[in-house]
Structures are given as structure tokens and as C-alpha cells.
Write a protein that binds this ligand. Structure first.
Ligand SMILES: [Zn+2]
Length: 434
């Protein structure tokens, strides 16, 4: 039996061994970490870059390290991704989607989807399609089911755009909605549930239906959100547009029936305006068999006709007026529902073709201005040093032909490449040393 002192000696030797071993391990880890960091430096070559703020850069290179853009350096090399001949721009931001909305097992509109495995897979698919279409950030406004999806994507467990969610919207039901104090408590509850912003339904349907919240109720909702550090997106038509603006809400959605004076007030207050030019209604019309008879939709196929004949032209007229209001900040939100996920960019074409929006303004609305509206203007929406490496490339020039937005051939989000079907691939990527 070894003596106590021998035992102590053996133990100390063992612990010394363990110490030196752990030291070696630490050294090895730091070495491989350095190596890993080195391999994470990515150089993208581009002949045309829209920087998201209205500038066009030519013949340059974007240096990405980890998840961020390190610098714009025309001399950087070696090239990892050759996007010359394409139009490179920041990943798009859609300020208004319903990422969980999908068609159910029976092929019919299932709204927010429910709790079935099919609904969960449909939601994951919506996120994938949206990312593949060049949208690296979306704001989803209307379902608590957004939360686990947002978190799974943020942890890198599922591919999809960065998601901001409003959790459960505040749906106006007149006096039944509650007293101002009850409304304030509801807003705080959404924050506790993980809301990144607050969604408020302050008006009824597109063609009729007045305000569903009083001025006093709206004041309480938007004031409490502000106190909690949250932005407010308000679904508003006609007089609800002005009321929401007066209440200090930060973004007005849809806006049919708004007068020029209402639009001027939004601009004066520095709020953001998000009208839709067509994708939403086109989606309903193209999928009317799937939407007919489901909650909030016409009971017959004929009931969809006014969308084409009356409401679509009203939307176009509104955007045409809105672009003429000095200083009005128009952001890009599609209201993507079932059938629209992955087709979000169609709204750019509608806005340019039917709404009189300049192509460059359309691109800015979904990049730097979109980021500003999300309170993320120092993180996303621009191609510049220090920004998240959210970078996409189009086969074509959207400034000359807006339909180029349909041809997204490269998608990087947070430094990770999710799509690369660019035409020119450098030899190193084809297995040949350059
Ligand atoms: Zn919506």
C-alpha cells in the first residue's frame, strides 16, 4: 500500500500531466481556431454593386470575414466568388409577411396554419423559399408560431431569413378591445412573449369598414409600445391612417383611402408608409379556388372580381400619389400570405410598372430604408464595412429591367452562402487550381 506522501506525489504527477495535456489542448484549439478564421475570409468579385443607399459601385471586391463585411477593397484577393456580370446588392428586407400562412392538407387556405406537422413543414418551407428569393430579413406580423421559427433560424438550425415577429397582433374590436390600460397591458404581454415589434389592426376590410380602435385606444397602444422600446405597424385604411399617425405609431400599412394630407402628415411625423402594389391581390386571384370560402374571403369565385376591377387600381393610384409626397418614406412590405412566399420580389415589379416607383427607390425601400424602418440601419441593408454579410446577386440589372429581381442567383446571409447558381464560377470552385 503506498504511503500517504507517495500517493500525494503520484497525484501531483498525474495532475501535472493533466495540466500539461490541457495546455497542449488549449494551444491546439487556438491554433485550429486561427486556421478556421483564416478560411472564413471570403472575397467576392463584382462588376456592379448597388450599395443599398443609392450608390452604384463598379469593379470592386467585397471582403467578408465570419458573418460581417470587413471592407470594400478593389485590390482584395484571391477571389472566392466571382459575381462579375451580375448585379450585387444587399439582401432584401420585407417589412410585412405572414411567414406561417400556408395552404393546408386539403389544398385550401389554412391561414396561420395551426399545429399540425404539415403546418410546421409548410412554415419551414416558406422560410426557405423566401431566403432563396433573396430576402435575408423579414418582419412577420401576426402569429405566435413565428417565435420558434425565428429562434431556430437565428440558432442556425433551419435555413431562412432573419425574422422579426410581432407575436399576437392587437386586433381592434371597438370598445371590446379594452380600456387604454388593458391595451397597455396587452402590449407588455406581447413584449414578454418575445415580440420584436407590435402589430395593430386599426381598420376593417379594404373596401369598407371604419376604424376598429378609437383615437384614445390607438394612442395608448402606440405610446405603450414606445415606452417598451418597440415599434408599431398599423393596418390602416381611410381615417385610421391619420389616427394612427397622430397616435405616434411608427409604420402605416396598406393605407387605401388615405388623402394627400394624410400622406403628408405621415411624412411630417417621420413615420414609414408601406402600401402594396399588387403581389397580395395577384396571389388571391391566382389562388382563388384555394381561398374561396375560407375565413375573411368571398364565398364564391365571382366574389373575387372586385379585387381585380376595383381594389387593384385603387392600390396603384395610391402608390402613384404616395411617390409624389416630398419626404414620405415608403418601405417595401408585401403582406406575403399562402401562395406568395418566395414570390415577394414580384411586388417590386408591380410597384415600378404600376405604381410609378423608380427602380432605384424600389431597391432602397427594401435595403437601407427598410433597415432604418426596422431600427437596424447600422446592421443590415447596406454593402459596407461593418454590416452583416447579407449579399445577393441578380442575373440582370434591375435599374434597366425590373424583372431581373426574379433572377436571384446568389444568396449569402450572415456570411453563409445558401445559393450560388451564378453563371461564372472560378476554376478553384470547379476543382482546378487557378
Ligand atoms: Zn398582413
Amino acid at each position: 500500500m503506498p504511503s500517504r506522501s507517495t500517493l500525494r506525489c503520484i497525484l501531483s504527477i498525474l495532475s501535472f500531466c493533466a495540466y500539461s495535456q490541457s495546455k497542449t489542448l488549449v494551444a491546439d484549439t487556438s491554433h485550429s481556431r486561427e486556421a478556421a478564421l483564416e478560411t472564413k475570409r471570403i472575397v467576392i468579385a463584382a462588376s456592379t454593386v448597388l450599395d443599398g443607399k443609392g450608390r452604384v459601385l463598379h469593379d470592386t471586391r467585397i471582403v467578408v470575414v465570419d458573418s460581417k463585411i470587413l471592407a470594400i477593397d478593389p485590390k482584395a484577393g484571391p477571389i472566392d466568388y466571382d459575381l462579375r456580370g451580375l448585379t450585387v446588392l444587399p439582401g432584401w428586407i420585407d417589412a410585412h409577411v405572414h411567414i406561417t400562412w400556408s395552404f393546408g392538407k386539403d389544398g385550401k387556405n389554412a391561414g396561420g396554419g395551426g399545429n399540425t406537422p404539415e403546418a410546421a413543414y409548410a412554415t419551414a418551407s416558406n422560410a426557405w423559399l423566401t431566403l432563396m428569393a433573396g430576402f435575408t430579413t423579414v418582419q412577420s406580423v401576426g402569429s405566435p408560431a413565428d417565435v420558434p421559427l425565428r429562434d431556430a433560424i437565428a440558432k442556425g438550425l433551419l435555413p431562412g431569413p432573419r425574422i422579426l415577429t410581432a407575436v399576437e397582433p392587437l386586433t381592434g374590436r371597438g370598445e371590446q378591445t379594452g380600456t387604454p390600460d388593458e391595451i397597455r397591458a396587452y402590449i407588455r404581454k406581447q413584449k414578454e412573449a418575445g415580440a420584436d415589434l407590435i402589430k395593430i389592426m386599426a381598420a376593417g376590410g379594404m373596401r369598407q369598414g371604419g376604424m376598429t380602435l378609437s383615437q384614445e385606444q390607438l394612442n395608448a397602444a402606440c405610446d405603450e409600445a414606445k415606452k417598451q422600446g418597440l415599434r408599431t405597424l398599423v393596418h390602416a385604411y381611410r381615417e385610421a391612417v391619420r389616427a394612427a399617425t397622430i397616435a405616434g405609431c411608427t409604420q402605416i400599412e396598406h393605407g387605401l383611402g388615405a388623402t394627400d394630407d394624410d400622406l403628408k402628415l405621415i411624412a411630417e411625423k417621420g413615420a414609414y408608409f408601406d402600401p402594396q402594389a399588387g403581389l397580395l391581390l395577384e396571389t388571391y386571384l391566382a389562388n382563388k379556388e384555394k381561398y374561396v370560402g375560407t375565413p375573411f374571403f368571398p364565398k364564391t369565385l365571382d366574389g373575387f372580381a372586385p379585387m381585380q376591377e376595383i381594389i387593384l387600381p385603387m392600390n396603384h393610384e395610391l402608390i402613384k400619389r404616395a411617390v409624389k409626397i416630398p419626404g414620405l418614406k415608403i418601405v417595401f412590405g408585401t403582406d406575403a400570405v399562402a401562395g406568395a412566399h418566395g414570390r415577394n420580389a414580384e411586388e417590386f415589379i408591380d410597384r415600378v410598372r404600376d405604381g410609378g416607383v423608380e427602380p432605384m427607390a424600389a431597391m432602397i425601400s427594401a435595403t437601407s430604408l427598410g433597415a432604418e424602418a426596422l431600427g437596424m440601419s447600422d446592421q443590415i441593408g447596406s454593402i459596407a464595412g461593418g454590416f452583416e454579410a447579407d449579399i445577393i446577386a441578380l442575373d440582370g440589372d434591375p435599374l434597366k429591367d425590373i424583372t431581373a429581381v426574379r433572377r436571384v442567383v446568389f444568396v449569402m446571409k450572415g456570411g453563409m452562402v445558401y445559393k450560388n447558381v451564378a453563371r461564372s464560377v472560378i476554376p478553384a470552385y470547379a476543382g482546378v487550381q487557378p
